[in-house]
Ligand binder design. Structure first.
Ligand SMILES: [Zn+2]
Length: 537
C-alpha cells in the first residue's frame, strides 16, 4: 500500500490537541508529531454532504453540483446521491491510471461506482440497496465479520445515553474491523477508510462534556465523546501496524465541530419581513393559528419525551412523523406566487424563489441582485431577545461557488453566532424566530476541520500557520503519488506539506460522468428517515 487516507467525520483539533497532549490519543499524537498538520477548511456551508464530494473531486460545489443532503426546489426537495457529483472522483481517475483503490464508508458514494478495486458506500445509502462494488463484496466477508453497518441503530434521546453510546461504539468497531480485514485480504495501492460515528455522536452529546454549554448538566456520560475518539484512535493504531514503512497516511475531517446553543426558524423571519407569504387556504389559516397558539412540532416532541415514549417514538415516528409534520405549517402552506425567498437546509441557507429554478418561481434574473440585497439588509434585524445581532457573516453565492452548477446552490449562506446557532432544516419548529432545538442536538459543525499528513515525503513535527482547504487534498494526493494533477481541479497542491516541494504538472483527466440515478420510493424514504434521526432534516 502506498497511501492510507483516514476520514474522521467532524474531527476537530479543539478536542484532539488537548487529548493528544494528555496521552489519550497516542496514535493521532504520533501522526501529528512525526508528520505535518493544519486546519482544513470545509465547504460553505460546512456540511458533510458537499464536503466529501469536494474532497473526492478537488472541486468546489459549483463545479461538482452537490450543495447539501438535499436539493431544494420550492415546496419539495430531493435527496442527493453520488450520481449527482458532476466531476470525476479521484477514485475513478486513479483507477484509470492503473492504481488499485479501496474506498470504505465515505458519504455520498451510493450508488457505488465501478473502480479498479473495491468500494462500500457510506451515509446516504439505503439499507437494502447494493452498497458495494463488486456487488458480492459484503457477502464474501459477512460470514467472518457480520453484517455491514452504515449508521447508528439508536437515536439519541436524553436518558438513553448508555444504550446510545454502546451502539455508536459498536458502529466504530464495525467500521474498524471491516477496514482491518479488507486491508489484509484485498490489497490496494490507495485505501480510504471513513469513520462517520464521531460526527453523529458530537451532534448528540456535546453538552455532556462542555461545561460552558447552556444545557450542560453533570453526567456520568461526559467522556462518551472522548471514548469514541479513543476507539477510532485504537483502530488507527492497528491499521498503522499493517502498513509498510514507506507508506503515507493522510488523516482528515470534512469539517470541525463545536457547541450548538439554539436554532433559528429562518422561514418565520422571512415571513415577518414579507419575503415569504402563506396561502389563504382554510387549512393554512388553521395551521397558522395553531402555530401562534403554540401547537407545533416542538410541542409534540416535548410531550413525547416527557411521557417517556422515546423508544416507542423512534419506531412510531418512522411512519407517522411525515404525516405529523404535514399537520403543521410547512412548505405546502406557502403562497409561492407571492414568495421571494425561503430557507431549507440545516445550517442557514436561504434560496430565492427563482423563475426557471423553483417550480413556481417569481424572482427574475433581472431583479435577482436587488431582491437578494433587500434580504441581506433585512437580516440586520435578526437579533436575539436582548437585541444582539445573530449575524456573524453573510456569504453570497458567488463568493463561495463558481462553475456550471453554481445556480443550484443557496443564494445566501448565514453564519449565525459563530455557528453556535443554526437554522432549523425544514419549515419551522414553532411560531418563534429564535428558539430551542427540538430534538436535543447540542453540537454542530464548524468550518475548521483537520488534516494530518504523515510519511517519508512529508515534513515532520510541523504545524503550518495557514489553513488548507478541503479541495486541496485531491491535488496533493496526485502530487504525492508522483502523478500529474487533473487540470479541472480547483484545489492546489499543498507544497508546504512536503520536505522537498514536488514538481507539479497537470493533465486533462477524462470526464466520464454517470447518468442521474433516481432512488426508488422505499430507499428514498428510508434515507430521509435516517437523515431526520440524525438531525439533518
Ligand atoms: Zn461531516
Amino acid at each position: 500500500m502506498k497511501l492510507l487516507i483516514l476520514g474522521i467525520d467532524g474531527a476537530t483539533f479543539d478536542l484532539i490537541r488537548p487529548w493528544a497532549r494528555e496521552g489519550k490519543l497516542p496514535n493521532l499524537a504520533k501522526l501529528m508529531q512525526h508528520g505535518v498538520h493544519t486546519d482544513l477548511l470545509s465547504t460553505m456551508p460546512p456540511v458533510t454532504s458537499p464536503a466529501w464530494p469536494s474532497f473526492m473531486t478537488g472541486c468546489n460545489p459549483g463545479k461538482h453540483g452537490v450543495f447539501d443532503f438535499i436539493q431544494p426546489s420550492g415546496a419539495s426537495y430531493s435527496l442527493v446521491n453520488s450520481s449527482l457529483i458532476k466531476k470525476p472522483t479521484m477514485w475513478q481517475i486513479l483507477s484509470n491510471k492503473g492504481y488499485r483503490v479501496g474506498v470504505l464508508n465515505v458519504p455520498v458514494t451510493y450508488p457505488p461506482q465501478p473502480i479498479n478495486g473495491f468500494m462500500i458506500t457510506g451515509i446516504l445509502s439505503p439499507k437494502q440497496g447494493t452498497i458495494s462494488y463488486p456487488a458480492n463484496l459484503i457477502d464474501r466477508y459477512r460470514g467472518t465479520l457480520g453484517d455491514y453497518r452504515i449508521s447508528p441503530n439508536i437515536q439519541y434521546k436524553p436518558g438513553n445515553e448508555t444504550a446510545y453510546i454502546e451502539d455508536i461504539y459498536d458502529l466504530i468497531h464495525a467500521h474498524g474491523k471491516w477496514a482491518l480485514h479488507l486491508m489484509q485480504n484485498e490489497p490496494v495501492d490507495v485505501l480510504m477508510v471513513h469513520f462517520i460515528a464521531l460526527d453523529i455522536m458530537m451532534h448528540a452529546l456535546w453538552k455532556l462534556m462542555d461545561s460552558n454549554h447552556p444545557r450542560h448538566k453533570p453526567s456520568a456520560h461526559q467522556d462518551g465523546i472522548l471514548g469514541g475518539y479513543q476507539l477510532v484512535d485504537s483502530y488507527i493504531g492497528k491499521m498503522l501496524d499493517l502498513l509498510p514503512a514507506d507508506a503515507h497516511v493522510i488523516t482528515m475531517s470534512d469539517h470541525g465541530f463545536g457547541p450548538l446553543h439554539r436554532i433559528v426558524n429562518l422561514n418565520n423571519f422571512l415571513m415577518e419581513k414579507g419575503f415569504l407569504k402563506l396561502n389563504h387556504s382554510p387549512k393554512t389559516i388553521l395551521k397558522s393559528l395553531a402555530f401562534k397558539l403554540g401547537i407545533s412540532p416542538a410541542v409534540i416532541y416535548r410531550i413525547v419525551e416527557k411521557i417517556g415514549l422515546q423508544n416507542m417514538a423512534t419506531k412510531v415516528s418512522k411512519n407517522t412523523r411525515n404525516q405529523l409534520l404535514g399537520k403543521f405549517l410547512n412548505y405546502d402552506s406557502v403562497d409561492w406566487s407571492q414568495t421571494v425567498a425561503y430557507s431549507m437546509g440545516h445550517v442557514g441557507q436561504i434560496y430565492l424563489n427563482m423563475a426557471g429554478r423553483e417550480p413556481n418561481g417569481i424572482v427574475t434574473q433581472a431583479s435577482y441582485k436587488r431582491t437578494r440585497q433587500d434580504i441581506v439588509d433585512a437580516l440586520q434585524d435578526l437579533v436575539d431577545e436582548n437585541g444582539r445581532s445573530l449575524i456573524t457573516k453573510i456569504i453570497l453565492r458567488e463568493e463561495t461557488y463558481h462553475g456550471p452548477y453554481t445556480e443550484k446552490g443557496p443564494d445566501i449562506h448565514l453564519i449565525l453566532d459563530g455557528y453556535n446557532i443554526i437554522a432549523y432544516p425544514l419549515f419551522a419548529t414553532n411560531g418563534k424566530i429564535v428558539t430551542e432545538q427540538i430534538r436535543g442536538d447540542s453540537g454542530c459543525h464548524r468550518r475548521e476541520g483537520i488534516v494530518i499528513a504523515h510519511g517519508p515525503q512529508f515534513k515532520e513535527n510541523a504545524q503550518l500557520p495557514i489553513s488548507a482547504d478541503i479541495i486541496d487534498i485531491a491535488p496533493t494526493i496526485f502530487a504525492l503519488l508522483g502523478e500529474a494533477v487533473p487540470k479541472h481541479m480547483d484545489g492546489a497542491v499543498l507544497v508546504d506539506f512536503f520536505k522537498t516541494p514536488p514538481d507539479v504538472t497537470h493533465f486533462d483527466a477524462e470526464q466520464e460522468l454517470r447518468d442521474d440515478h433516481t432512488l426508488n420510493e422505499a430507499d428514498n424514504k428510508q434515507i430521509e428517515d435516517r437523515l431526520r434521526d440524525l438531525g439533518y432534516l
